[in-house]
Write a protein that binds this ligand. Sequence first.
Ligand code: NAP
Length: 223
Amino acid sequence: MTKHYLIVGASSGIGKAIRERLVADGNQVVCVSRTSSPAVDVTLEEPAFPAVEGPIHGLVYCPGSIQLRPFASLSVENFRRDLELNFIGGVRALQNYLPGLQAEGASVVLFSTVAVRIGMPMHTSVAAAKGAVEGFARSLAAELAPRVRVNVLAPSLTDTPLAARLLRTDRQREAAAKRHPMARFGQPADFADAACFLLSPGSAWMTGQVVHVDGGLSTLRPL
Ligand SMILES: NC(=O)c1ccc[n+]([C@@H]2O[C@H](COP(=O)([O-])OP(=O)(O)OC[C@H]3O[C@@H](n4cnc5c(N)ncnc54)[C@H](OP(=O)(O)O)[C@@H]3O)[C@@H](O)[C@H]2O)c1
């Protein structure tokens, strides 16, 4: 049976890899972003979300930011912007599409960051915004069970356009790989696998979880 998925932010990086995997598996995928047609900017008060026919089996919300700056240099407006993109945009998408998430086993996947579980300098703004995503997801999962599942993926540094600035030079890439117990940084494919699992019946008994796909960074410590 063909399943119908909606991905917000499938034009690059992790969202693109998820879209390619779902399409390769024979699913129908509607993609929504600022470069899709129609263009949708989730940070606007009323984004022009396209209508989706029929029941939706899964929704993935990918837009996010990596604004790494010392707390003292961040304005309240910086915090607001991160919250808008990482969290409120997802709320808008879910408010719009939740009535359509009627298919049996419907599943929502949101994105956090490793920096919510472990404190990292320069991450106050993005960690606060993603912390909101995690709290929201647990509560929404409780509210929507057993009809719709809601889970979160929490990546560490992954090779996408968003992280390009942090993985520009060979030196940066080597250092980033070394920081992770699995001796490499993430690839979009790591998240295509994880997200497709969370969207599939294989994860039917998982909801309200934050899944740490981070090369072991948040939990392991070398001796
Ligand atoms: N990459 C990492 O190292 C890393 C680490 C920790 C967490 N994460 C999280 O993982 C998720 C995916 O990240 P990524 O690296 O794949 O990011 P990415 O390459 O920047 O992709 C983000 C996607 O969101 C869309 N988007 C951005 N702003 C939007 C807006 N205002 N309205 C609608 N769509 C918008 C972009 O499409 P358009 O440009 O077409 O709008 C793009 O398709 C994010 O939530 C991020 O915070 C990533």
